[in-house]
Write a protein that binds this ligand. Structure first.
Ligand code: NAI
Length: 695
């Protein structure tokens, strides 16, 4: 066998029995950096010129073919430096020797486009293939929208591209996206494939007509990537009427427009933000991680049940403890009902329902928690109850067990102080429904050890959560910001708006739900209890709106009592305006000496969103959040802030920090001390900074 080898930086080149093997070697996922593209072009030329080579193979070094473009290089010179992906693909298409992509692991985005430019694709059964650019607010820019429809048919291609769907190797072969599955030596498989197919390209003959107008009309305008989805539909439509080269130019123009636009900038910001959020700067790199093989949850209420389901979904056995049989039965029944709904909707199989239920062990005996590696308390939000629970846990849990509280606002430090092992105590603040919502605020107490912290980050990732590490402080990050947000939402009522107007304005801005809708859903009693708890420390000279208190005093705690800011007819979740609330609002305004006036939607959005931004800046300054981007992750993944706006802090940066400060100063002048600009914002603007300067 004739073997030659040269090692280059981002790819390397071997030959074996007349086959040139070009390995993409740019860990971790062989992203198509400029360097790799240069190396690939050189290797392709070399293989083309080598008289001993009759077949060329592209494959990934390591476990993946190629994860796509180098996202960090978007909008930089490196992204558009020659050779661009399109030129590489043109080089492949012009090759007189067959070029075959051997796909293991992932072929995503530009990685799949590179493979689509090859004459053949062979895949492992478990490979994952997709044009996932829409998840970053983009369309494929290397010909994917033109070549995929030509290869597999317009409708199936559009389904994959518009939704950034991934398919397995097996599915790819069924779709005609890949030629064959291989499971042994790829070179043998390549040679077989080339011999079988000759040099004719498989082409799809699917003539089904796609109704593109209907596809546009069906794009959900609350999606995180509406603009990209419309552009994807346009590009696939172009593939049906333009010759390839013109189609490629059209696609590239749309890509260029999107990559420079705000939606993609916001989604790319969040892509990095999510990866950054679990990282903690001051931890030793060699901090040991405690494995979580067994979990336990105390309290089978709304949160406890959902948390147990999140562990079961990841295959981790979990003991669910309650004090009384009826509460335990209720909790387990709710879990079972949840699973049954998921099974009916086809989200999980009947077998999975059985498996997951078998992983959740109901218990009324506290000592059953003794063997758990991680115990999460989700009992009533009452400091005395929590302290009692932690004292008991301290007595029965094994040494080294992590003791976590799901408290939404209480001090982890105060809870930790009642145990003999505060280093093992931490906050794990899940969001409702805990089996669905991806956000997890990991609250690091003063005494929490690095080991406890990193172990929780790992466990969170294992159960599919997006962990954001925060510090102890009233309401941590997310709920603390809700306080001024809801404050403004209520002030606006007093000043002349209605709950439905406030909610509609914020939904139009892009929030998943309006603040009053959220309050009714979450239950008004929880915040009422918090306000009563904090009342003694509330400065008496500050404006205070009594509307939510008066609503609660009438026993209206939101949807669960059939009334809150809105009223709900029996069994319905549809909010209906309620004259009783209008009366409360008018009464509060009169008592406060406020003359009600017409309020514009713009004012509603400005006041509610800037309240988030100003508090966010203060949270950063207080060191409760490590980075502005962490706050964005919290708000987008836990509080329904529109992803396409990148989160409140990113949004503020796009508005201009100077502009934001000017607005906050104006609100301060008009509405007083609540609007004192965050000193961090003042300092940044004074220094001419345009971002929050966090890493
Ligand atoms: P819940 O009232 O639905 O459930 C609490 C459960 O704990 C009840 O089933 C109760 O029987 C049980 N319980 C009370 N004392 C207990 C004890 N000593 N031992 C065992 N079980 C006990 O309350 P929810 O909404 O699930 O809240 C639980 C915790 O999660 C609270 O700290 C809350 O602040 C927090 N949280 C709630 C969120 C929500 O949206 N509901 C969101 C995030 C956190």
């Amino acid at each position: 066998m004739n073997t030659a080898s040269t090692t280059e930086k981002a790819s390397h080149y071997d030959t074996r029995a007349g086959v040139a093997l070009i390995h993409l070697d740019n860990p971790p996922v062989n992203a198509l950096s400029h360097h790799l593209r240069v190396n690939l072009a050189e290797s392709l030329t070399r293989a083309g010129q080598d008289p001993d080579v009759h077949t060329i193979v592209l494959l990934g070094a390591g476990t993946s073919f190629c994860g796509g473009a180098d996202v960090r290089q978007f909008n930089t010179e490196a992204a558009t430096a020659d050779p661009m992906l399109a030129a590489l693909i043109a080089q492949i298409e012009a090759s007189t020797k067959p070029v075959v992509a051997v796909i293991e692991g992932v072929a995503l985005g530009g990685g799949l486009e590179l493979a689509l430019g090859c004459h053949h694709r062979i895949v492992t059964a478990t490979a994952s293939l997709g044009l996932t650019e829409v998840s970053l607010g983009l369309v494929p820019g290397g010909g994917g929208t033109q070549r995929l429809p030509r290869l597999i048919g317009t409708a199936p291609a559009l389904d994959l591209i518009q939704h950034g769907k991934r398919v397995s190797g097996v599915e790819a072969v069924k779709l005609g996206l890949a030629d064959a599955v291989f499971d042994a030596d790829p070179v043998t498989a390549v040679l077989e494939q080339v011999a079988a197919a000759g040099d004719t390209l498989p082409r799809n003959t699917d003539e089904s007509v796609v109704d593109f107008a209907a596809r546009h009309a069906s794009v959900n305008n609350k999606s995180r990537n509406t603009i990209a989805q419309h552009a994807a539909i346009d590009c696939v439509e172009a593939s049906t009427r333009l010759p390839l080269q013109e189609g490629l130019r059209y696609e590239r123009a749309r890509f260029d427009e999107l990559v420079a636009g705000p939606e993609s900038a916001a989604l790319r910001h969040l892509f990095f933000a999510e990866r950054q959020a679990p990282k903690v700067a001051d931890l030793p790199a060699d901090t040991p991680i405690r494995p979580v093989a067994e979990a336990a949850v105390l309290g089978a209420g709304t949160m406890g049940g959902g948390i147990a389901m999140a562990f079961a979904a990841a295959g981790i056995p979990v003991t669910l403890y309650e004090r009384e049989q009826t509460a335990l039965d209720r909790g387990i029944d709710r879990i079972r009902a949840n699973y049954e709904i998921s099974a009916e909707r086809g989200k999980i199989t009947a077998a999975e329902v059985g498996e997951r239920l078998s992983l959740i062990r109901p218990s009324l005996t506290l000592s059953d928690l003794a063997s758990a590696d991680l115990v999460i308390e989700a009992v009533f939000e009452d400091m005395d109850v929590k302290k009692e629970v932690f004292r008991s846990l301290d007595n029965i849990c094994k040494p080294g067990a992590i003791l976590a509280s799901n408290t939404s606002r209480l001090s982890i430090d105060d809870i930790a102080a009642v145990t003999s092992r505060p280093q093992d105590v931490i906050g794990l603040h899940f969001f409702s429904p805990a089996n669905v919502m991806r956000l997890l605020e990991i609250v690091r107490g003063d005494a929490t050890s690095p080991e406890t912290l990193v172990s929780c980050v790992k466990a969170a990732q294992r159960i599919g959560k997006v962990p954001v590490v925060v510090k102890v402080g009233e309401g941590f990050v997310g709920n603390r910001m809700l306080t001024p947000y809801w404050r403004e939402a209520n002030f606006l009522l007093e000043e002349g708006a209605t709950p439905q107007q406030v909610d509609h304005a914020l939904v139009r801005f892009g929030m998943a739900m309006g603040p009053h809708n959220v309050a009714d859903l979450a239950g008004l009693d929880i915040n009422w209890a918090t306000r009563k708890r904090l009342a003694p420390t509330r400065p008496s000279h500050l404006r205070y709106c009594k509307i939510p208190d008066l609503i609660c005093e009438r026993g209206r705690f939101g949807q669960k009592t059939g009334a809150g800011y809105y009223r709900y007819e029996d069994g319905s979740r549809i909010p209906r305006p309620d004259p009783v609330v209008d009366e409360i609002v008018v009464e509060c305004a009169r008592e406060a000496g406020i003359e009600r006036r017409p309020i514009s939607d713009d004012e509603i959005v400005e006041r509610c969103v800037l309240a988030l931004v100003n508090e966010g800046a203060q949270i950063l300054d207080d060191g409760i959040a490590q980075r502005a981007s962490d706050i964005d992750v919290v708000y987008v993944s836990g509080y329904g802030f529109p992803a396409w706006r990148g989160g409140p802090m990113h949004y503020a940066e796009t508005l201009g920090l100077d502009h934001v400060l000017a607005k906050i100063r104006a609100l301060h002048a008009e509405h007083g001390e609540h609007w004192t600009p965050a000193p961090l914002l003042e300092r940044l603007v004074a220094a001419g900074e345009t971002t929050f300067l966090t890493p």
